[in-house]
Design a protein. Structure first.
Length: 171
């Protein structure tokens, strides 16, 4: 047998209606029996019914992400704060739809004004200096505040859902 260096095996050309070795090995190339239109229609109905049952059981949670932490910082101090916040932040159990935004504005000298907002609600804005221990301490306080806000907002929404759902007065 000759040595083959990166070349494919040579084969004889195949004619139009002549079966090949590869065709005889494939199970899909065998002749299939035609189904009646009624059986095809019934099979499609069963498939659609099964699909609709499966899709009705699937929870509709909205967006694919369960929560976002957005970085809108510009300086190294802001990025360090965001990294410390993101490393320590863990959303409370059961809370899925939220957006935490960390933004920053440059301030005088070496400091920066860092702002924390949760679900478009401004919670905190403070000046931050470029010392690592201050950045980590501020991140820990911001994490505690964000988690507390998310828990309180979840408790309020639960209370509203459990309460009576009627309008008190119409003006």
């Amino acid at each position: 047998m000759p040595a083959v260096y990166g070349q494919a095996e040579r084969r004889a050309p195949v004619r139009a209606n002549q079966p090949t070795k590869a065709d005889s090995k494939l199970p899909g190339k065998q002749e299939s029996k035609q189904l009646s239109p009624k059986k095809v229609e019934e099979a499609l109905r069963l498939l659609l019914r099964a699909d609709s049952l499966q899709s009705s059981r699937a929870p509709t949670g909205g967006p694919e992400s369960s929560g976002l932490v957005v970085d809108q910082t510009v300086t190294k101090i802001g990025h360090d704060f965001y990294d410390a916040f993101y490393a320590g932040f863990e959303a409370p159990v059961g809370i899925q739809d939220f957006v935490v935004t960390i933004s920053e504005r440059p301030a005088r000298g070496n400091s920066a004004l860092v702002a924390l907002s949760v679900n478009n609600e401004d919670l905190l804005e403070f000046p931050l200096q470029p010392r690592q221990e201050l950045v980590e301490e501020a991140a820990a306080q911001a994490i505690a505040l964000a988690v507390e806000y998310l828990q309180i907002s979840q408790d309020i929404s639960r209370q509203l859902e459990q309460g009576e759902r009627r309008v008190l007065e119409v003006y």
